[in-house]
Design a protein around this ligand. Sequence first.
Ligand SMILES: [Zn+2]
Ligand SMILES: [Zn+2]
Length: 221
Amino acid sequence: MPLRCVFCGTRTDRSERRICSGCCRDLPWIENACARCAEPLAIDLPRGVLCAACQARPSPIQTTVAPLLYEFPVDAGLKALKFGRRLHYAPAFGDILVAQMPRLPANIDALLPVPLHWQRQAFRGFNQALELCKPLASQWSLPIMTGIARRRATPFQSGLAASQRRKNLRRAFVVRKMPRFQHVLIVDDVVTTGETTRQLAMALIRHGVKKVSVLAVARAA
Ligand SMILES: [Zn+2]
Ligand SMILES: [Zn+2]
């Protein structure tokens, strides 16, 4: 079966994989972003300089890479994946993540898909972050961590103020198995405020992980 572009349906050759070169070029790529939080920036900061928010607040995260804006057609594709069970979007976005790996520190030794609460995962039937991790795991020969659970579902998160989100997320993750990794890469579909990944990173660091970085498909502005 020849592959078809997930966005326009055009047949793609093998090298183009699941997104044709035309659609790939037209995706809302972020040109300049803060290296710590992936916040899009109007200018390219000198190496090692962080955005104002990151300078003001310490973070347990070393590097965040999120190459695309959470805008059409990326938002539509990610929603189709999560809520419409259009699972063919996962390897398409996964290919984009695979190509971003050289931008991340070379000493990453494990992948951690952001866990869903078991009830939500049972309802959805899969965890989109795990599906996004699979091409990364095979192409970069990295293990996928297990043994971390989400303590409770956090519904309506997107409608809450930042302080309330933080409160909801505090201790939201429970580490059931001691991780034996040095630098863990958290993988998610979209980073919004970064609070979920921050809480997950703090849980990992409390359990002996030295460094945590984040890779997501998209950054919501
Ligand atoms: Zn296309
Ligand atoms: Zn920042």
